[in-house]
Design a binder for this molecule. Structure first.
Ligand SMILES: C[S@@+](CC[C@H](N)C(=O)[O-])C[C@H]1O[C@@H](n2cnc3c(N)ncnc32)[C@H](O)[C@@H]1O
Length: 407
């Protein structure tokens, strides 16, 4: 890593907001990098993103999963910005600048690519969020973000039950609270406090084409059991809980699982928010949260029955994840069950090569066999480009794997 420069006061170093389009992209990225270094100090030997000097090429967008080790970071580096960081005038100036920048960022034409624009937006949001984080008087609720996401459910030949044929009956709304991942700087495992691109794309696909997933009364029968692995904020499971009754699937039983305590608490709150006001009819959905760690899975109740459908989005970002998930799926999936796995492909940095672990782990020749002699394998694979406005800059594409037992 290049040596860090002494941070300059935001009020004298940030480019004027009105002239941003006249600035080279490197100037804006460098200004954001300086703000990041100044206001997001990290514990010794940890950096969330590498610091780029004006001469460096734009740093790759960090997926936010974990920090890079930066052994060169010296204590002096941190001390040099200490006084500046505590200066209320400079902080207020930086806050105003970041707010204005974010309100215009989508329209700025000075960025050479969508990726660098997204990188700049991510970085600005990150610094702005850190201001809220630093304020001890604000509690978690104040810095959580709750949004309504709407998806158009294509009912196709399925008949909407007890719902008139209005446009609204085809709209699925999911209300989600994203917590602030990495709120505790020492914890880089709470990535499930955010909703990731793969979850949105998977939900869009489910709604646009439920038949692609065989989500119908005929295929799933009554009271199908469905488990989501690494559910995070719960978007997919919650959407499914709203979709299935509209497709005529009665009494679906959905369990959203994760391993991180804070993520589980946020997940549970999201589920309550989405389902507490719905009346319990004869076709009502049962949706609950349960802890499950793929590395050491405890398959006691309520996870003790095999399932018809397993779902997981963006859960492969460590070298062992695919193997752990395969071993879980082998124990959890019924002989005729299907595991829908949406992989996010990241080709840069520490994630390089990780996407290949899915095919290696679910390889029909060497895979796990069940007592019937069937092997857990990839039955189908589809690739999706990242649509504009969804996902982060380092997500290059998404792959949907249909995994099941084959003889
Ligand atoms: C990138 S997030 C994706 C969350 C969600 N599926 C989405 O697409 O928005 C990865 C999720 O996997 C969970 N996870 C990571 N390692 C896990 C493990 N060993 N066991 C269970 N969940 C895990 C994380 O807590 C997080 O919720």
């Amino acid at each position: 890593m290049s040596a860090a420069r002494r941070p300059l006061p935001p009020s004298s170093s940030l480019p004027a907001i009105r002239s941003l389009n006249d600035q080279p992209e490197t100037c804006i990225l460098s200004a954001l990098g300086d703000l990041y270094v100044l206001y997001c100090p990290l514990p010794t030997s940890l950096t969330f993103q590498t610091y780029s000097t004006p001469k460096d090429p734009p740093a790759a967008v960090d997926s936010g999963y974990a920090s890079d080790n930066d052994e060169d970071k010296s204590e002096d580096e941190d001390e040099c910005g200490f006084e500046l960081r505590d200066d209320p005038y400079e902080r207020a100036f930086a806050e105003r600048w970041l707010t204005s920048f974010l309100s215009r960022a989508e329209e700025l034409t000075c960025f050479k690519s969508e990726d660098s624009q997204q990188h700049a937006i991510d970085k600005a949001s990150c610094v702005l969020a850190s201001f809220f984080r630093q304020d001890e008087e604000e509690n978690l609720e104040d810095i959580e973000i709750t949004r309504d996401y709407r998806f158009n459910l294509n009912l196709g030949s399925y008949e909407a039950k007890e719902i008139s044929e209005s446009t609204e009956s085809e709209m699925i709304t999911v209300q989600l609270t994203d917590g602030l991942a990495g709120r505790d700087n020492a914890d880089h495992t709470d990535v499930g406090l955010q909703s990731w691109g793969a979850a949105f794309i998977f939900t869009e696909l489910m709604c646009a084409s439920p038949a692609r997933f065989n989500f119908s009364r005929d295929n799933l029968g009554s009271a199908p059991r469905i488990i989501e692995l690494g559910a995070g904020t719960g978007l997919v499971g919650i959407a499914l809980g709203k979709i299935l009754p509209r497709l005529g699937v009665s009494l679906p039983r959905i369990i959203a699982t994760d391993f991180h305590p804070t993520v589980l608490a946020n997940l549970e709150a999201n589920i309550i928010k989405n389902f507490s006001s719905l009346g319990l009819g004869k076709d009502s959905v049962s949706i609950q949260v349960a802890p499950l760690d793929w590395e050491t899975p405890d398959l006691s109740a309520p996870l003790d029955e095999q399932v018809d459908v397993l779902i997981a989005t963006d859960v492969i970002y460590g070298p062992q994840h695919a193997v752990w998930l395969r071993d879980c799926a082998a124990r959890m999936l019924k002989p005729d069950g299907v595991f829908w796995l949406m992989l996010t492909v990241r080709t840069t940095g520490k994630f390089e090569g990780i996407s290949g672990t899915v095919r290696a782990s679910f390889d029909g020749r060497h895979g796990i066999r069940n007592p019937h002699g069937c092997v857990l394998t990839i039955l189908d694979e589809e690739c999706f480009a990242r649509p504009r406005g969804i996902g982060r800059g380092d997500e290059s594409e998404y792959r949907l794997f249909k995994i099941g037992w084959a003889s």
